[in-house]
Structures are given as C-alpha cells and as structure tokens.
Design a protein around this ligand. Structure first.
Ligand SMILES: [Zn+2]
Length: 110
C-alpha cells in the first residue's frame, strides 16, 4: 500500500501508471498534487529492501503482497471504470421500459 506523505491517506494508480494521493484526486481535501511513477517507486522500494528481499521466504512474501496489492488496485480501477457503463446500461433499460409503456398505452413516440 502506498500512502501520501502529506495526509497519510492511501495513494492509488492513476493515468500514465503513476500513483497519486486519493484524497487530492477525489475532493482536493489534501494539497499533495504530486504523482510518482509506479516503476520508479518499485525500484526505490526494492533497492531500499536490499539484502532483506534476497531471503527466499521474504522474497516470496513480498512478491505475493505485491501481486495482491496490484490485483486490488486493478479491481478498484475496473470498478471505477464500470460505473458509467452500468449507469448507461441502466438508462438504456429505462428508456426501453418507457417506450414499451408508451406502446402499451397506444402512444407513438415517433
Ligand atoms: Zn494526501
């Protein structure tokens, strides 16, 4: 999990594969508008872990945690992207129902 250095809240992956403070993106309640490239951040973390990451158990745990975090971020991102599609499908469904009601009532829309 990546946390904002200003507000301490979570950061999430945004456009161009960069992490940004979620509070800043969502409602500007945090003033930290900086972003950091995922790849650069990962390199810094791995460098910082140094020899500790080389222990097989630690490496396996770190890789598992990284994969879980990446999967969670991807699920969150997909969920955000699907909201407009769901709303769009819902409004299409409602339009169809309205048209069927009009037809049942003998009203021709066109
Ligand atoms: Zn923040």
């Amino acid at each position: 999990m990546v946390h904002c250095g200003v507000c301490g809240g979570p950061c999430s992956l945004r456009g161009q594969d960069r992490f940004a403070c979620s509070a800043h993106i969502t409602n500007r309640s945090c003033g930290n508008g900086h972003t950091i490239a995922r790849q650069g951040l990962e390199e810094r973390v791995l460098t910082g872990l140094g020899d500790r990451i080389m222990a097989p158990d630690a490496a396996e745990a770190a890789l598992r945690a990284y994969a879980e975090e990446t999967n969670q971020l991807n699920r969150e991102r997909r969920a955000r992207w699907n909201v407009p599609a769901r709303s769009w499908r819902r409004s299409i469904g409602q339009s169809k129902k309205s048209w069927i009601s009009w037809r049942a009532a003998g009203i021709r829309a066109f």
